[in-house]
Structure formats: structure tokens, C-alpha cells
Ligand binder design. Structure first.
Ligand code: AMP
Length: 383
């Protein structure tokens, strides 16, 4: 492995795997460009060193080849403005089309390849596809933390085709450093806060965390499965019926390992997710039939706040309620505030996962968190 800090890019085509999986609106405008911003240091480093950045990424989940909605072409203009250089777009990420655009690119220009996932070989980690991609660069840089845990063609297999000329980008280095601080050098008490809709998809994270944390706070939609599993009435709240046993197992595991689990004690409920819907406040285990728990209540906020403010290391992934709707944003806002206060008092905080990152941005607390990770599912799995 080479280091991006010292590598001489002069005259080299640097094939960079970035994570440009950004949300687009109906007219294909970028809604949140954080992931592009996060890749800029690496792109600029190659340009300033006299190399040509060849950018490759996936966008969304296209099923059958080219789909306009998922074309990376929509990013070109904004990308060019952000980098301050001309961006040449290749309509395909491999083959003659890609090769000719790459050949035509000169110093001070950037190439953006079309969505990798228009080819099934990307997700399958196909060897031929990886090799075809590898032809486009003299050197390979992986700077796509969000997908780094997956053995896809452009994130893992491709590295086999660059014997020595490969390295991580700045974002990847930073992400790994911050994860290492949290997971392996964490000062205690270490509190992990998990929220969001589902337990499914977070099981691996939970198991990893139980070996490391002092406290595990569980909020958001996933908390209701735990409450139901322990005999509470959760009305029409989000529930994963097939995860009830798992929830109990997680609680037992936590207690065996001496990890304190904190679940919500009260709930803000409504019959629909709307700012105009009447609200009903109840204890977490007394939600009436037909009512959905959509945010944590003030007693829970108080409880979680105290735990957070007494922590020296904090990791947060997943909102405490349906924070996209103003009526149900208070819990997430208060928890974001508590994490930022703890950070001002000297704790190290890591916030990751798309929704928690949007929440921190929404409440303008980004610069009060030690590290905001671009990774979603990849957040912890690579460890
Ligand atoms: P995830 O992708 O599992 O992290 O889930 C994120 C989503 O969970 C966000 O869009 C939230 O609106 C949603 N969410 C959080 N709390 C709840 C809740 N109590 N009921 C339903 N959805 C929720």
C-alpha cells in the first residue's frame, strides 16, 4: 500500500472509487452533496499533483442496466463547480466508450464514469468487470468508505489488479482513524445510541457494540420491538414480529456482558405521520390500539441526556423518531444537542449513518461533533 500523502501523481491516471450515492430530487438535482464534499480532498490532491482523477461510483439501486434516474451524469455540473475543473463524462464505466474518454482527458480535467451498478458485475464482484475497470487507471485509490465493507468489483476485487499502485484516499483514512479511536481506544464510559426504523440490518452492529460499550441507548422505531418483547402495549407502532426473540436475546447478552441497556420510558404518539395529526402522550408500554409511537417523550429525553452527558465516548447511529416531520423531531433534536454538549465537555463523539448525519445537519450541530461519518451500513462492519 502506498500513501496518498506522498505519492507522485504527475502524469498518472488515478482511478478513484468514490461514494457519490447522493440523494436526487424528482428533477435530478442533488439534495445533499455531503458525500461529494467528503471526496474533494482526494480529488484535489490528484489534480494538484498533476494527475488525472478518474472517478467511479454507484448511485442508487438500479435493477436492469441503464436507468436515467440513476445516471451519474446528473452530478457533472455541480461536481465541476465544486472541484473548479472541467468534468468529462463517460456514458459507460468500462469498454471503448470509457477508455476513449479517459485517453482524451488531460491534466486539469476530471473524468466521471457512468454508474457502476448499471453492470451486474459490480455487486457480484465479477473478475472480468474488475479487470476492465482496472485498465482505466495507472493507480487505484479507494475513498468510498460507505461501501468499503462490501466485496464489490470496484471496492475490493479491483485491488488485485494493482500490485503495488494502490492506496486509500483521505476520507477513508480519516474514517478509519475515527472508528479506531471510538472502538479500540475509547475512554469509558462509552455510550452507543442506536435508533432508526429497524433492528434488521443493525444486528451485526449491536453484537459488535456489546463487546465494547458501557451503555447502549435504543430509541426510534426499533425500540418498540424491544418494548413489545418485554410485554408492553405498543399499539400500531413499528414492529418487527420476527425479531421479538432476538430483542430478548440482545437484552440477555447485554446483561451477561455488564452493558446497561436504556430503552425509552415514554412516547409521543399519533395515528398518522403528519404535522396536523392530534398527538397523544403515554408511557412507552401503554400505547393505545391504533396509535403509533413516533418520537421519544420528555422523560426519555431526560434519561438519555443524563447518560450521554456522563459519557466520555459516544457513538450515534439512527434517529430517535420520525424527525423528518417537525411534530416528531424533538427527541432526535434533543439527543443531537446532548451529544454536542457532551463533546464540548471533552467527550469524543462519532455520528454515522445517513439519517443521523442529516439530523445533525438539520439542527446545525455538525461542527460540534468530533467526527461525522459518511458511512451508513459500513459504519462499523469493516471492523
Ligand atoms: P434506518 O434506516 O433503520 O436507520 O431508519 C431511519 C428512519 O427511521 C427515518 O426515516 C425515521 O423517520 C424512521 N423512524 C425513526 N423512528 C421511527 C418510529 N418511531 N416509527 C417509524 N419510523 C421511525
Amino acid at each position: 500500500m502506498k500513501s496518498i500523502e506522498t505519492y507522485k501523481f504527475k502524469g498518472k491516471r488515478a482511478l478513484i472509487r468514490v461514494d457519490f450515492n447522493v440523494p436526487l430530487d424528482d428533477s435530478f438535482s442533488i439534495v445533499d452533496d455531503s458525500r461529494i464534499l467528503a471526496a474533494l480532498p482526494t480529488i484535489k490532491c490528484v489534480l494538484e499533483g498533476g494527475g488525472v482523477p478518474i472517478l467511479m461510483s454507484h448511485l442508487g439501486r438500479p435493477k436492469n442496466g441503464y436507468t436515467e434516474q440513476f445516471s451519474l451524469r446528473h452530478l457533472c455540473q455541480h461536481l465541476s463547480e465544486l472541484i473548479g475543473a472541467e468534468v468529462l463524462f463517460a456514458n459507460d464505466c468500462i469498454g471503448p466508450e470509457a477508455e476513449s474518454v479517459v485517453q482524451a482527458a488531460s491534466e486539469c480535467q476530471v473524468v466521471l464514469l457512468e454508474n457502476l451498478r448499471f453492470h451486474g458485475g459490480e455487486k457480484k464482484g465479477d473478475d472480468f468487470f474488475s479487470k476492465s475497470l482496472s485498465k482505466l487507471g495507472d493507480v487505484y485509490i479507494n475513498d468510498a468508505f460507505g461501501t468499503a465493507h462490501r466485496a464489490h468489483a470496484s471496492t475490493a476485487i479491483i485491488a488485485n489488479y494493482f500490485a503495488d499502485e494502490k492506496m486509500f484516499g483521505f476520507l477513508m483514512n480519516q474514517e478509519m482513524l475515527s472508528l479506531n479511536t471510538v472502538l479500540n481506544e475509547s475512554k469509558k464510559p462509552f455510550t452507543a445510541i442506536l435508533g432508526g426504523a429497524k433492528i434488521t440490518g443493525k444486528i451485526e452492529i449491536i453484537n459488535q457494540l456489546l463487546n465494547r460499550v458501557t451503555n447502549l441507548i435504543i430509541g426510534g422505531g426499533m425500540a418498540y420491538t424491544f418494548i413489545k418483547a418485554t410485554g408492553g402495549n405498543i399499539g400500531a407502532s413499528l414492529i418487527e414480529e420476527d425479531r421479538l426473540e432476538l430483542a430478548l436475546k440482545i437484552m440477555k447478552n447485554a446483561s451477561d456482558k455488564g452493558v446497561q441497556i436504556y430503552l425509552p420510558i415514554d412516547s409521543i404518539n399519533a395515528q398518522e405521520i403528519s404535522n396536523d395529526a392530534p398527538l397523544k402522550y403515554t408511557a412507552i408500554n401503554e400505547i393505545p390500539t391504533n396509535w403509533k409511537g413516533l418520537d421519544i417523550g420528555f422523560k426519555t429525553i431526560e434519561l438519555f441526556r443524563n447518560v450521554i452527558l456522563n459519557s466520555k465516548t459516544i457513538m450515534w447511529n439512527g434517529p430517535m423518531g420520525v424527525f423528518e416531520t417537525t411534530a416528531f423531531q424533538e427527541g432526535t433534536k434533543e439527543i443531537a444537542q446532548a451529544v454536542s454538549e457532551a463533546t464540548q465537555n471533552g467527550a469524543y463523539s462519532l455520528v454515522g449513518g445517513g439519517d443521523s448525519v442529516s439530523a445533525v445537519n438539520k439542527f446545525q450541530l455538525r461542527d460540534k461533533i468530533s467526527y461525522v461519518s459518511t458511512g451508513g451500513g459500513g459504519f462499523i462492519r469493516i471492523y
